[in-house]
Design a protein around this ligand. Structure first.
Ligand code: ADP
Ligand code: MG
Ligand code: MG
Length: 881
């Protein structure tokens, strides 16, 4: 006999056991432990699930004995007997993994009913209708989850009978009719499977437990785990629990509630309740439920008890709770609690308010808010100054505004989204099977379902705008359109939805960039007090620099100068410079660029003063500034055809020759960066001069600056020494011309493996370093980013060769090792030398944590990511104290 304990009664568990019991099981145990009204039950562990799945669907030894022993305890507690004709015990069989995966795996209710026990249930409750309703639901759920028969077959039968009797709601169907429905259900099962619907209740239970374990690997659960990066090896627990009946009449019902508003974070009980209903009726969008506040009028006693219970739960868990409950004949039963998913806005507000209420500490608040998620707060909103003409108003289910083409199908939404089109998914309601479409849509509009419907919950989690329960929208999928009164909106027409107010508009609507709330500012202020990393921005213009400062940047970690070369009035000068035959002509052209560059540097240094600005000298290969080869060829052909002016034609042909001579087999590894600076020193000399002139102008205005002149793509000390000497030579000239003394630093990017290996030498000259982890990742992996991301990285992730896209999440093992070595060697030569990171990794929470661990001085990221980076930097510190 195996001595492993595979089964735990609710009384035996605690909330700390979520790894073993799953989140649902652990919290049911915890609620039981603190004396809340939870129907008795037991949990079969995730370990049992994993052993079962590993063995190819055999229960590990002892599981079933332990489960049936636990079932006997439930019988003893309730005085009912499983499968009994007169007084049957009915249970739910519910899945529950360590990490909540709402709606992804299946639950079966009313298990334990068969042709005989249904009679007992009817007799015992004096309610035939109720008993047959339970039985019909059970057959349908069991057939769907265990026997894999589609719901649609059963729904059709119910609809047919409702039509026959002209009924609107399921709960109006009388007992007699339900009996007929059940007979037809059984025929469906027989036809689909070739065997009768199982009457043996023990067999029912075993099949259900197996099905729940198996559902760990159903398609939508796999997709959900992939999207949310949940480990496939966790497994799910199974909870077997006595039923509470919300479908026994008008003093019954089922509901879901959040202890605070999960959309705004406001401290108010928030949720929905459906009278005379069971299980997921409330979220399935079958009937539109009533707001929880209505329960106060309908069942005041229960409402009072519920409010107190919610308060207790929140105080106990010290976090916003998402609760499922059922009322059976005026008695409250708690069926689930978990930390509620919430919008970024709510997350920030709840965290800050809980600190103010003394419920949690500032540190806890900082750790509670998902750094990646707060990116949503920086999303666009509809311009409040614009007068809108909504065609319909639904429920404001997930904030943010979105415009896009109307699409009615999740597959099409996915396809369009992948092609870079903006679409809004419009559906009667969504199910877990639509999840891939939601991922690729800008937003979701549904005509049915409440604030806790599938569409609403999923959209909030993804930070997508969602309007749901918009009943005025009549969808006609067959004709590819929806209508609102006499307005018809066709497939492909553009609409705008506002998830903050529920409004739906035709066409596009002006939007505005977001502003930060007081709570958000407060949280970020706490983050600043906590973090040790400085957060800088990547910004190329004074406007970007100003925005970055508003978001809290303390410097610029990367100012790219090539964008300045691209601007309209400058490109011809740049091209002239490239076309020049000799240094003299090149210098002439460069002299024309100098005033532009000086103004650029003046503007950006001023916008950031007194914080540091890292100015990177020209980096991309020169061909990027010339026209595209194919179009030039066409142009020349056209000119010849038109017998164009000889001189013009000659110029074009010269240009083409130049393009040929500059063309490279692999430009990423080609003639760029400091290699340009070394072959054409006059380019960097001009840039250095422009920087010095800008600093002097500002100095004369009394503005203090901190310019860091950065050399790109260095791999050797000699490159660095030579270029630094050029810059210092320009400075000597400048001093002679102006008599001014300036402060500035010269340093380098670290973006090639060789550079990381020789920072001890580089540090003899470099006064600062900045990791360019995009190129460093390309060169360390030998991946060209543009080719890799489109072609094989998704496959590598799928095959689990790599866990994340290394261009999004810094590869600690490989690239990270180079960085660590670079930091150690550099600081050995030059103690405490300034080191930072620029590039996208600088705005990604896990990469930021790694930079913190490496002891870098700063991270630098795009202006909109700065709040994310500030919070992530604080979290990195707190997690690694
Ligand atoms: P999910 O993980 O998708 O929320 P659940 O296991 O919580 O699935 O169950 C689905 C529905 O059935 C929920 O509405 C839940 O409240 C309800 N339910 C589960 N067990 C019981 C029970 N013992 N009595 C009444 N309703 C139940
Ligand atoms: Mg479920
Ligand atoms: Mg649930």
């Amino acid at each position: 006999m195996s001595s492993t304990k595979w089964v735990y009664l609710f009384e035996e568990g605690t909330s700390d056991m979520r790894g073993l019991l799953g989140g649902k099981g652990a919290n049911l145990a915890e609620m039981t432990r603190i004396g809340l009204p939870v129907p008795p039950g037991f949990t079969i562990t995730t370990e049992a699930c994993n052993a079962y799945l590993a063995s190819g669907s055999d229960f590990p030894e002892g599981t079933l004995d332990q489960a049936f022993a636990a079932l006997q305890k439930l019988e003893a507690a309730t005085g009912k007997k499983f499968g009994d004709k007169a007084n049957p015990l009915l249970v739910s069989v519910r899945s529950g993994a360590a990490i909540s995966m709402p709606g992804m795996m299946d639950t079966i209710l009313n298990l334990g009913l068969n042709d005989e026990s249904v009679l007992g249930l009817a007799e015992l409750t004096g309610d035939e209708r109720f008993a047959y309703d339970c039985y019909r639901r059970f057959i349908q759920m069991f057939s769907n989850v265990v026997l894999d028969i589609e719901h649609a077959h059963f729904d059709e039968v119910v609809e047919k009978h409702k039509r026959k009797l002209s009924l609107i709601f399921d709960y109006e169907i009388p007992a007699k009719e339900l009996q007929e429905i059940i007979s037809e259900y059984k025929v469906i099962v027989k036809q689909a499977k070739g065997f009768e619907f199982p009457q043996d209740v023990k067999e029912q239970l075993l099949m259900a437990i197996k099905a729940v374990f198996d559902s760990w690997n159903n398609q939508r659960a796999i997709v959900y785990r992939k999207i949310n990066k949940i480990d496939d090896s966790l497994g799910t627990a199974v909870n077997v629990q006595c039923m509470a009946f919300g479908n026994m009449g008008q003093d019954c019902g089922t509901g879901v509630a959040f202890t605070r508003n999960p959309s705004t974070g406001e401290k108010e009980l928030y949720g929905e309740f459906l009278v005379n209903a069971q299980g997921e009726d409330v979220v399935a969008g079958i009937r539109t439920p009533m707001p929880i506040s209505k329960l106060k009028e309908e069942l005041p006693g229960v409402y009072q008890q519920f409010v107190e219970t919610c308060q207790n739960l929140e105080n106990h868990y010290r976090d916003l709770q998402d609760i499922e409950f059922t009322v059976e004949k005026g008695r409250l039963f708690m069926l689930q609690t978990r930390n509620g998913k919430r919008t970024a806005r709510a997350s920030v507000r709840v965290a800050v308010e809980m600190v103010n209420e003394g419920l949690i500490t500032k540190e806890e608040a900082l750790l509670r808010v998902d750094a990646e998620q707060i990116n949503q707060l920086l999303h666009r909103q509809i311009d409040p100054g614009v007068k809108l003409e909504p065609i319909a108003v639904g429920l404001p289910a997930s904030p943010g505004a979105a415009s896009g083409k109307v699409v009615f199908d999740a597959d099409l939404a996915e396809k369009a989204g992948q092609n870079g089109e903006k679409v809004v998914l419009v559906r009667a309601e969504t199910t877990p099977d639509d999840i891939h479409g939601i991922v690729y849509a800008q937003g979701v509009l549904t005509s049915r379902g409440g604030m806790t419907s599938h569409a609403a919950v999923v959209a909030r989690g993804m930070g997508k705008p969602c309007v749901c329960g918009c009943e005025a929208v009549k969808i006609d999928v067959n004709n590819g359109c929806f209508s609102v009164n006499d307005i018809v909106v066709k497939d492909g027409d553009i609409i705008t939805i506002d998830g903050a107010t529920g409004r739906v508009m035709l066409g596009e609507v002006p939007m505005i960039e977001p502003t930060l709330s007081d709570d958000f500012e407060k949280l970020l202020q706490w983050a600043d007090e906590t973090k040790t990393l400085t957060v800088r921005a990547n910004a190329d213009t004074p406007v970007d620099a100003a925005r970055a400062r508003e978001f809290g940047a303390e410097g610029i970690g990367l100012c790219r100068t090539e964008h300045m070369f691209m601007a309209q009035e400058r490109l011809p000068i740049v091209q002239e410079m490239i076309m020049a035959e000799n240094r003299e002509d090149r210098e002439k052209a460069l002299a024309g660029l100098l005033p532009f560059q000086r103004d650029d540097f003046y503007g950006i240094l001023k916008a950031m003063a007194p914080y540091p600005v890292t100015i990177r000298l020209l980096d991309p290969p020169l061909h990027e500034f010339l026209p595209d080869r194919e179009s030039l060829l066409l142009e020349i052909a056209e000119m010849k055809h038109q017998h164009a002016d000889e001189k013009l034609l000659l110029e074009k042909e010269e240009l083409l020759k130049k393009i040929h001579s500059l063309s490279e087999a692999n430009p990423m590894l080609g003639h760029r960066g400091c290699r340009l600076g070394l072959t054409y020193p006059e380019i960097y000399r001009m840039q250095a001069r422009a920087i010095f002139e800008a600093i002097l102008l500002l100095k004369n205005e009394g503005i203090k600056t901190e310019a860091e002149i950065e050399l790109p793509l260095i791999m050797d000390i000699t490159e660095l020494s030579m270029l630094k000497a050029e810059i210092l030579d320009v400075y000597e000239e400048f001093k002679k011309d102006t008599g001014a003394e300036l402060e500035f630093a010269v340093g380098t990017m670290l973006e090639l493996p060789r550079a990381c290996l020789v920072t001890d030498e580089l540090a003899t000259e470099a006064e600062f370093f900045s990791f360019g982890t995009n190129d460093l990742t390309q060169t360390t992996f030998g991946f060209s980013r543009d080719d890799a991301e489109g072609k094989f990285i998704p496959v590598y992730i799928e095959k689990k060769i790599i866990k994340d896209n290394p261009f999004a999440v810094l590869d600690r093992k490989g690239v990270g090792s180079l960085m660590r070595m670079a930091v150690e060697k550099a600081r050995k030569t030059r103690e405490g030398v300034l080191m930072g990171i620029c590039g996208e990794h600088g705005g990604e929470p896990s990469s930021i944590e790694f930079c913190h661990l490496l002891g870098l001085n700063y991270v630098s990221c795009s202006p909109y990511r700065i709040p994310v980076a500030r919070l992530a930097a604080a979290q990195a510190r707190l997690k690694n104290k």
